[in-house]
Design a protein around this ligand. Structure first.
Ligand code: ZN
Length: 617
């Protein structure tokens, strides 16, 4: 194997104890004493997580002789000066089931580089190698490796040596160890694989068929023509199936997904139920990041500083636009129908309408403060924070529909221009780069759009923009916990008056959030309070809506609740439920030019090949 200036090795040493053994060998350590730094965050997840807290043992040596090593900060180790090579051994506790850290037990292992590999200060840009070693215990003889780290010399099962051009590349390839199911497909001339770990019964051929269409549609979008080439040679969807979970993290040529096993498709069911649609939306989201955030990056992330927060006001572009395209690409690739897409879009609009914080925090501020607000939700979050994912997706929709109506370009053209100008040459997008590019491409002035909907807190005029594309936006009162919007009201149920609080759906009626200036807040109730009785009848989270539907707006009801262990008795004056639930319909009777515009939006017409002329419509 090649010997690199910085050479790591990692072994799942003790699966029962959740311990990885990692060695970092430095050929030419700093003669003044080598500093080793541990990342405090992982790119894509904007929260300081202090990964060094899982280091449970460390020692250093040179040619077999012990070298002194001590901590000099929460995330830094300093080694005594040595002339020759330096070997540092770490033991790392790994029992985090999320996509952001590391995990090891007798069923599987998983790690992100940021959780297991230290940075060698001064040599972060040097090429490095990593030897991925199998567990010693023969009980794990069937385990193998899944990763897109470039292989140097690997044997059966993928155990062996891998390499990376620098630390940043090393850290951007998560690694799965275990006995996962593996399937492959081709898209854009590149081999794509999906590895599914955890207990599951997923229909793997179905998964590969649907993912192939979604990936090719995105490749074509960025190529600007059908039959485009992927920007990577290989791509890997690492998927962990669990009982109840949802999450994903993007990487330069792979993604880690966490999904409920029941979200995965089952053999013999040709449909796309809600749960599978949301899994496909997640996979589509992370794949879109292959361009938008992994290659088209904010200047603030080029390079990443893994030792502290990296501030940008642009997450509404990198997460919001990605959230707009994730579901849109499902309908454009014909994996879901137009009606199904409108249902998902109606749910996104509903979620934003139910967030009072959107009138307090702008998308730009939400991006900047992600580290302390969006990623640290509490009982006040809906009142104080707007999601740059959800409102970002709606602003992307509004920008796309505005451009389609008023200019010669679309959001697809903007994404391609961002790719050509910033992504392909590897340049960071400056903080004002996106509005400036819109003005340049349209030869217009869209600064008012960004001032209102990105730097300001206005709601984009979706009803009007959708109407110009043959889609009607309807709104109605919500019907409690299970009602996520996207569909018309259930005519068999009565509307209940509104309490102005979100309540967990179980046996216990625990208030999770009290919405600003609603009846519950006016009556002195708070997040965390447990409702005991409403007008003398026991309150249940799962039956709250039914109970409230016995009253009318204007009624005053006596509420008994516990705050911690203290009983509160208060009167709540119920009000008319707000029209915070959206659904959308295709307008059959629209003018032909409106229908043509709708088709171009939902079908994403691209020319057949680079040489051919775009279709006249
Ligand atoms: Zn994302």
């Amino acid at each position: 194997m090649t010997r690199f200036p910085v050479q790591y090795s990692i072994r799942p040493d003790s699966p029962e104890a959740h311990l990885f053994q990692v060695r970092c060998a430095v050929a030419h350590p700093d003669p003044a004493g080598q500093l080793l730094a541990w990342p405090v965050w992982i790119p894509g997840s904007y929260l300081v997580r202090e990964f060094a807290r899982h280091v449970v043992g460390v020692s250093a040596s040179s040619n077999g002789r012990p070298v002194g090593i001590r901590k000099s900060a929460k995330d830094l180790w300093l080694c005594d000066p040595v002339a020759g090579p330096l070997d540092v051994d770490f033991r790392i506790y790994a029992f985090d089931l999320s996509v952001r850290a590391a995990y090891l037990d007798p069923t599987r292992g998983y790690f992100n580089g940021t959780s297991v590999f230290c940075q060698v200060r001064g040599q972060e840009g040097a090429p490095c190698g990593v030897e991925i070693l199998p567990p010693v215990d023969p009980r794990f003889a069937l385990w193998r490796v899944a990763t897109t780290l470039p292989a140097d010399r690997v044997g059966d099962g993928g155990w062996g040596s891998y390499r990376a051009a620098d630390y940043d590349e090393l850290a951007d390839h998560p690694v799965e160890l275990g006995t996962f199911a593996l399937a492959a497909f081709e898209a854009g001339g590149a081999r794509h694989e999906i590895a599914v770990s955890g207990r599951h019964d997923a229909d793997m051929p179905r998964l590969t068929r649907d993912l192939a269409r979604i990936c090719q549609a995105q490749i074509d979008l960025f190529a600007g023509h059908a039959g485009g080439r992927a920007p990577v040679d290989r791509y890997l969807f690492l998927t962990l199936a669990v009982g109840d979970g949802y999450g994903g993290l993007e990487h330069r040529s792979s993604t880690s997904l966490l999904a409920s096993r029941n979200d995965l498709p089952v053999a013999g069911d040709p449909g796309v139920p809600d749960a599978y649609r949301s899994f496909l939306g997640l996979a589509s989201h992370e794949y879109f990041h292959l361009w938008n955030v992994k290659r088209i990056k904010p200047a603030a992330f080029t390079p990443y500083d893994l030792g502290r927060e990296n501030y940008t006001r642009q997450l509404w572009v990198f997460e919001g636009f990605t959230s707009y395209y994730d579901d849109l690409m499902l309908v454009r690739s014909r994996v879901i129908t137009e009606d199904s897409y409108l249902e998902v879009l109606g749910r996104t609009i509903t979620q934003v309408l139910r967030t009072p914080g959107r009138s307090l925090q702008s998308l730009a501020d939400s991006s900047f403060d992600a580290w302390i607000k969006y990623y640290r939700p509490d009982e006040n979050t809906p009142n104080a924070v707007v999601s740059y994912y959800l409102k970002g997706a709606l602003v992307a929709l509004a920008l796309d529909l505005t451009l389609r109506r008023d200019s010669a370009i679309t959001l697809d053209d903007l994404m391609r221009a961002l790719w050509e100008r910033y992504g392909r040459p590897g340049m960071g997008v400056p903080e004002d780069g996106v509005p400036a590019l819109v003005n340049e491409l349209t030869r217009g002035d869209y600064s008012g759009f960004f001032a209102r909907f990105v730097d300001g807190t206005d709601d984009p005029p979706l009803a009007e923009l959708l109407a110009a594309h043959g889609v009607t936006l309807h709104s109605r009162p919500g019907r409690g916990n299970g009602d996520r919007g996207g569909t018309p009201a259930d005519a068999t149920r009565r509307n209940a008056p509104w309490l102005g609080a979100r309540v967990a759906g179980g046996d216990e009626a625990r208030i999770t959030h009290v919405l600003h200036d609603g009846p519950a807040q006016r009556a002195g109730l708070s997040g965390g309070d447990v409702l005991v009785a409403i007008d003398g009848i026991r309150a249940k989270g799962s039956a709250l809506e039914e109970r409230l539907s016995r009253f009318r707006a204007g009624d005053s009801v006596t509420v008994h609740a516990f705050r911690r262990d203290e009983l509160i008795v208060t009167a709540v004056t119920l009000v008319e439920a707000p029209l915070d639930t959206a659904w959308l319909t295709l307008e059959a009777g629209s003018a032909p030019e409106v229908l043509a515009r709708r088709d171009r939006w939902l079908r994403g017409t691209v020319p057949a090949s680079p040489a051919s002329t775009p279709p006249a419509d």
